[in-house]
Design a protein around this ligand. Structure first.
Ligand code: GRF
Length: 201
């Protein structure tokens, strides 16, 4: 049974989808802890499912490295097999990535390498493209630059604003995330190989 830690900053709809999937006894992974960089609304999902959580408020630390060191210390308590960043709006410091790589994956609401960064949905709209997407990557030291392990196109429709487009992307993101976690848990997807750029099966 793959143990998963999920790090969030926001509403945690992707976290919720993973918790719902993991509630199925046949799902080969379980969320063991949820962490947040602030008092995120999504922590309520962890409470509802009786999953332990921790909060490491980013604003209380002098540096990103100090904040990251505490996040890593909290994660180490649980020794997760996989760390999922899902809506974490902070860049993990390099030493935290190094500690867990390649067992850290991130979901992103764009078709990477298109539109990386904190405003992928807004940037796609601003670019006037007729399609964007959702991606799951192996986290590396860059900003959404890691190897893509799953992605799917999502249409941009006339009249879309950031909210309507993001809400169309999120269900795709959730499905991709749950499938990736399942494939990692079953051994079908080798993150070390993916991190080396070998094509995902
Ligand atoms: C997701 O689209 C995630 O990829 C992006 O922010 C959103 C978080 O949504 N970084 P939620 O908190 O899971 O609802």
């Amino acid at each position: 049974m793959l143990s998963v830690a999920v790090l969030i900053s926001g509403g945690g709809s992707n976290l919720r989808a993973l918790l719902d999937a993991a509630a199925d006894p046949g799902f080969p992974a379980r969320v063991v802890v949820v962490g947040a960089d602030r008092e995120a609304d999504g922590l309520a999902h962890a409470e509802e499912f009786g999953i332990p959580s921790f909060t490491v408020p980013y604003t209380r630390y002098a540096t990103r490295e100090d904040w990251g060191a505490e996040v890593a210390a909290q994660l180490d308590v649980w020794q997760p097999d996989l760390v999922v960043l899902s809506g974490l709006m902070r860049l993990l410091p390099a030493q935290v990535v190094a500690r867990y790589a390649p067992r850290i994956i991130n979901t992103h609401p764009a078709y990477l390498p298109e539109f990386p960064g904190a405003h992928g949905v807004r940037d796609a709209l601003a670019a006037g493209v007729d399609q964007t997407g959702a991606s799951v990557i192996v986290v590396d030291d860059g900003v959404d630059t890691g190897p893509v392990i799953a992605q799917e196109r999502v249409p941009v429709l006339p009249g879309d604003d950031e909210h309507t487009l993001h809400e169309r992307i999120k269900p795709i993101e959730r499905r991709l995330l749950i499938d990736v976690v399942r494939r990692v848990a079953t051994g079908e997807l080798d993150l070390a190989a993916a991190a080396l750029g070998e094509p995902a099966p």
